[in-house]
Design a protein around this ligand. Structure first.
Ligand code: UT7
Length: 331
């Protein structure tokens, strides 16, 4: 196991809170159906992606959008990255690598990572690129960052998970549109030989489970993805145990991709683990794809769950099909 450590975390979410009741005004669904099938109560949708029927409505208690605050995938990524740098106390010139995980960039080119480099004034000449591993994107990006940091002389990296995936959702398809939300999370990562890290990656191409054709909308076989998730996650956790020599009992928190509470519960019961071991925030954001794990880590830090010595397993899973696991230690 090699050594890297997350020294700062940040998140950025669109202002507009869209509740399940709001969704029931645009498709034939209900708060009860969405809550019992997924655990989701509300999600954030970027202003530019809001369906027509919700554009001018005010949700009681929702934050007012400042018109000048951009909520594109790039803007959310940059905001999360800026906050992660602040949290870490890291200045832009210290960054030696930028990797952004996304499957819903605003541009085919430049990459979100290069745009963030420009927006934040990160050093010129450093490597910056995107990875697309759908909802496993952040796990892939962290693992690639670690490999590059060990192989090249890079001391500090910025790793981002950002998706404004609702731009690729058909808001007349109740089978998908209630599940997703937009957001971004970012981590500042430093080389640290005293801090163990492990990353496990895998994929098995299967387009029929979940796909987003260029210029089209997301198509998903929900049951297929559900079956895949509840099979692959225990396998990844077992591989992480083997790789790290740490049992699930040694791990403080397990952070699964925040897709569906029923998936998390299914796995928790199968492994006979206590509820407190699984951090969850999907009730507020729905499935934010590559952002889900770094947003969860940011909120865990805000809630004081990432103290010195905290050990975490993260597992991502999703379209590809692709999956991955991380072992993280905090100081
Ligand atoms: O990052 C990975 C992303 N993907 C996922 O996480 C998806 C994983 N899969 C799931 O979470 C579940 O399969 C869903 C929540 C998507 C669906 O739950 P389900 O229990 O598998 O429902 P289903 O697809 O079998 O549909 C059951 C019924 C259908 O009606 P009929 O044919 O039985 O009359 C659907 O049309 O529920 C209907 N339905 C809805 N009803 C109300 C589907 N979506 C909705 C909806 N509101 N939003």
């Amino acid at each position: 196991m090699s050594g890297i450590r997350i020294t700062g975390l940040g998140k950025a979410l669109p202002d507009r809170i869209v509740t399940n009741d709001d969704m029931s005004r645009i498709v034939d669904t209900s708060d009860e159906w969405i809550r019992t099938r997924t655990g989701i109560r509300e999600r954030r949708i970027a202003r530019g992606n809001l369906p027509e029927a919700l554009k001018n409505e005010q949700v009681p208690g929702a934050a007012q959008s400042a018109p000048e605050r951009a909520e594109t995938c790039t803007a959310l990524a940059a905001e999360a990255a800026r906050r992660a740098l602040q949290d870490a106390g890291t200045k832009p010139p210290e960054i030696g690598l930028v990797i952004a995980a996304t499957m819903s960039p605003d541009f085919f080119s430049p990459s979100v990572a290069c745009s963030v480099q420009e927006l934040l004034g990160l050093p010129s000449g450093i490597p910056a690129f995107d990875v697309n591993a759908a909802c496993s994107g952040f796990v892939y990006a962290m693992t690639v960052a670690n490999a590059m940091m060990q192989q090249m002389s890079i001391g500090c990296a910025l790793v981002i998970g950002a998706d404004a995936v609702t731009s690729l959702i058909d808001f007349t398809d109740r089978g998908t549109c209630v599940l997703f939300g937009d957001g971004a999370g970012a981590a500042v990562v430093r080389k640290d030989e005293g801090c163990s890290f492990a990353g496990i990656l895998g994929a098995e191409g299967k387009r029929s489970a979940l796909s987003i054709p260029v210029g089209g909308h997301m198509l998903m076989d929900g049951r297929d993805v559900f079956r895949f998730a509840v099979t692959v996650v225990p396998r990844v956790l077992e591989e992480l145990e083997k790789e790290t020599g740490r049992s699930l009992g040694d791990i403080d928190q397990i952070v699964l991709h925040q897709a569906n509470d029923r998936i998390i519960e299914h796995i928790r019961r199968k492994l006979a683990l206590p509820e407190e071991k699984f951090f969850r925030n999907l009730q507020h954001y729905g499935n934010t794809c590559a952002a889900s794990i770094p947003v969860a880590l940011t909120e865990m830090k805000e809630q004081g769950l990432l103290g010195p010595g905290t050990r975490i397993f993260c597992v991502g899973f999703g379209a590809g099909l692709a999956w991955g696991g991380l072992y993280l230690e905090f100081q």
